[in-house]
Design a binder for this molecule. Structure first.
Ligand code: CTP
Length: 403
């Protein structure tokens, strides 16, 4: 696999050499692209020697000048051939250009020209990091699906202390491996994932359902597979294309979902219930269509099986159970109650009333809750990124349990 490593101008540019080494150790072919400012901090020669490839620093081939059209075309061909573009360090300036579609050098042109996933690891002075402009630009990029490896807090080269220090190259590399599906930390696990809504028929043409799109569960399934797990995906009706899975089952009602999930649960080492299962269904389903002439129907609802509670009651040894909770008020209190009532290892709570969270959007804002009372509030990020953060915790739970 081929990736491009973009290096922009910051004191942390030298750490990109360590990142390059980590990427190469995984067998990746790395093409380094440097901005002009980056060359003030570290010479292209360093990266050329380490990567075994000429470093691209100029749109038109540097010394050859603007007439070197051939090299410009060659360089643009890079956009089509890479599997990921990671920029580390990414300065406030580069992030601003990316957010606004400005392409005034090779690196930012590559950002626009490539369809490969983008990862940025920002590094800058704390005030620049905190600035509303930078935060808004990051927000824009995240919304577009760019993965952001957040900087660390600590002592900064400018003498100040705070957020802005380039993340550990190990973490940045990990993010690249996850994106490429090269992180195998779920190898040996069988992950059973549910996704989407259920439909509870009222008559032959009508049903009760909810606004779930299936995106969150599909992201969990996709991320699990990329991280080496065997994936069983049980999905309610969705408009999304399901991701590749070892086993895929399409169901409609809560009952069908319960049946499928309980059938697969015996072999699952991890269960992630991301589906928005109907809690109630119409007590009777009319044969044919209910006609207006029959008068206004009175619908009586009856509870469905709580699949998650059922799984938890019959938990296999070492099985990790993750639930989701959609709330519109008192997120933490309600979600904590569910976590304990259903005896879960992890509950992913989201306030679906917030912008950029919940149903049918590409992003989510979740808090991860644990039985020991810890909780981790994640910022708004793509559902794929949320999926990876959830799976990071699954790996951590497995590591701690030692099973
Ligand atoms: N769930 C389930 N079976 C159901 C209902 C929900 O397995 N019949 C699972 C969901 O997949 C989710 C979790 O339970 O992982 C929480 O669902 P939610 O509907 O938010 O919680 P409830 O416990 O049903 O509580 P309430 O609807 O009162 O908020």
């Amino acid at each position: 696999m081929r990736i491009a490593l973009g290096v922009s101008g910051g004191i942390a540019a030298y750490k990109a050499a360590e990142l390059l080494r980590l990427l190469q150790e995984k067998g990746l072919e790395v093409q380094v692209v440097m901005t002009r400012n980056a060359c003030e901090f570290i010479t292209p020669l360093t990266f050329a020697a380490l990567s075994g490839h000429k470093v691209i620093t100029e749109m038109f081939g540097g010394a050859a000048g603007a007439s070197n059209v051939e090299s410009a075309i060659e360089h643009i061909a890079l956009a089509q051939s890479i599997d990921t573009l990671v920029i580390a360090p990414a300065t406030a300036n580069v992030l601003a250009k990316m957010a606004n579609g400005i392409a005034d050098d090779f690196l930012t042109t590559l950002c626009l020209a490539t369809k490969a996933p983008l990862i940025v690891a920002p590094a800058m002075n704390v005030n620049m990091w905190d600035h509303a402009a930078t935060q808004q630009n990051l927000e824009t990029l995240r919304r577009r699906g760019v993965r952001v490896v957040n900087p660390d807090d600590g002592y900064l080269a400018c003498g100040m202390t705070g957020a802005g220090r380039l993340a550990d190259p190990q973490l940045i590399a990990q993010s690249v491996f996850e994106t490429l599906g090269l992180s195998e930390d779920l190898k040996g696990e069988v992950v059973l994932v549910t996704a989407g809504p259920t439909e509870e028929p009222l008559d032959a043409v009508r049903y009760l359902s909810n606004r779930s799109s299936g995106k969150m569960g599909y992201a969990i399934a996709e991320a699990s597979r990329r991280r080496g797990a065997q994936v069983v995906l049980v999905s309610g009706p969705t408009r999304e294309d399901p991701p590749a899975a070892h086993t895929f089952e399409r169901v409609r009602t809560a009952n069908e979902m319960a049946e499928a999930v309980l059938r697969h649960a015996g072999k699952a080492t991890v269960v992630v219930m991301a589906a928005a299962v109907a809690d109630f269904r119409p007590g009777t389903v009319h044969e044919g269509k209910i006609k207006k002439q029959q008068g206004t129907p009175v619908v009586t609802l009856e509870p469905t099986t709580d699949i998650l509670a059922e799984i938890s009651r019959h938990r296999r040894d070492g099985q990790i159970i993750v639930g989701f909770s959609a709330e519109t008020a008192q997120l933490i209190e309600n979600a904590t109650a569910k976590l304990h009532a259903k005896n879960l290892d992890l509950l992913v709570a989201n306030d679906v009333s917030q912008n950029g969270a919940g149903f049918d959007v590409g992003t989510n804002i979740v808090t991860l809750l644990f039985p020991d009372g810890r909780n981790i509030a994640l910022e708004k990020m793509s559902k794929f990124e949320v999926a990876n953060r959830v799976l990071d915790q699954v790996v951590e739970i497995r590591r701690k349990s030692g099973v």
